[in-house]
Ligand binder design. Structure first.
Ligand code: SF4
Length: 316
């Protein structure tokens, strides 16, 4: 019941009323369709397959395919997560590695690989995989960029050092700066709901940001600040070696993928980061400002859940 409650909570966050109405309509249509297929009263008993059919209609609404929101709502019409609206013509869809033929003649859609980082990574000695502790020690009382001057705490990261799922955000906000923990403010609450709706807890996953110190006034991190801090994020991912990275928002996705495609076009498409599957999606802070986009983020997270073999609301 607790899982179902959490799932419904997130579903409500993700525009659940729309989904519920939609689901009720679909259920009514399915029911009418099933009734039309059923034999009249007194006819022979239904087959086992027919008897099992209603059970499938009990599938949680959010697990069913949704109308393609990309087609129904032009992404450019929504406020950009981190940059002003652009007047430029629509950009092409993100490039993907061409489909690769396999032995039996099938074609596989191979996610486009992010280029390797050219510089050395902190904590890496003689090519050995570092530990999070080694990386944190090397970060020290970091003064590598100007964000050090206004911070109260370095927000390194939190969670399971053996996590299979890692969320990467942009940078600490006020609450995060005060507590030294990522995603603890309003956006953090939403991220926690998202994680729980996926069937994980915050203790199961690892959460960190592109920059570890708060940009003043919650402004966007600047290129020189990202460049100074990025090696620590990359070293963290090398230490964690997760199965999946969820890049939350433009800065996480574009930094890790070295791709300037807008997040509205990156989101929802699997990419590969150093052999790890990466799913770009919207940042929770953006979702708080643009609740209508939550449904798209939920679709992206469902792709991640599918990879872990999870159903909405499950804890297995
Ligand atoms: S943002 Fe990163 S590089 Fe800049 S001072 Fe903080 S820890 Fe150092």
């Amino acid at each position: 019941m607790e899982d179902l409650r959490r799932h419904l909570l997130w579903q409500e966050e993700a525009g659940g009323r729309v989904l519920m109405v939609d689901a009720a309509k679909q259920a009514a249509e399915r029911s009418a369709s099933l009734r039309s297929m059923m034999p009249p009263r007194g006819a022979a008993k239904a087959t086992p397959e027919a008897a099992a059919a209603p059970a499938s209609s009990a599938t949680p609404p959010a697990a069913r395919p949704l109308a393609d929101p990309v087609r129904t709502a032009a992404p450019e019409a929504a406020p950009s997560p981190a940059s002003p609206p652009r007047a430029a013509p629509p950009e092409p869809a993100p490039a993907r590695t061409p489909a690769a033929p396999v032995g039996n003649g099938m074609l596989l859609d191979v996610p486009q690989r992010a280029p390797a980082y050219p510089g050395p990574l902190p904590g890496v000695v003689d090519g050995e995989r570092p530990t999070l502790d080694q990386i944190r020690r090397e970060l020290g009382d970091c003064r590598r960029c100007k964000l050090c001057s206004g911070r109260k705490n370095i927000v390194f990261g939190v969670g399971n050092p053996r996590a299979e799922l890692v969320f990467v955000g942009e940078g600490p906000g006020e609450n995060e700066d005060l507590q030294g923990v990522p995603f603890v403010g309003a956006a953090g609450e939403l991220l926690t709901k998202m994680i729980q709706a996926m069937g994980f807890s915050r203790d199961d996953v690892y959460i960190c940001n592109v920059v570890k110190c708060r940009p003043p006034g919650n402004r966007n991190p600047e290129p020189d600040e990202i460049a100074a801090c990025e090696p620590f994020l990359r070293a963290q991912l090398l230490a964690l070696q997760p199965k999946v990275i969820v890049a939350l928002g433009k800065f996480a996705a574009q930094t890790l993928l070295r791709d300037s495609t807008p997040i509205t076009r990156l989101r929802g498409n699997w990419r590969e980061y150093q052999g790890v599957k990466l799913m770009p999606t919207f940042h929770p802070a953006y979702l708080l400002r643009s609740p209508a986009e939550k449904r798209k983020a939920w679709e992206d997270l469902q792709q991640v859940m599918k990879l872990f073999g999870k159903q909405p609301g499950s804890r297995t």
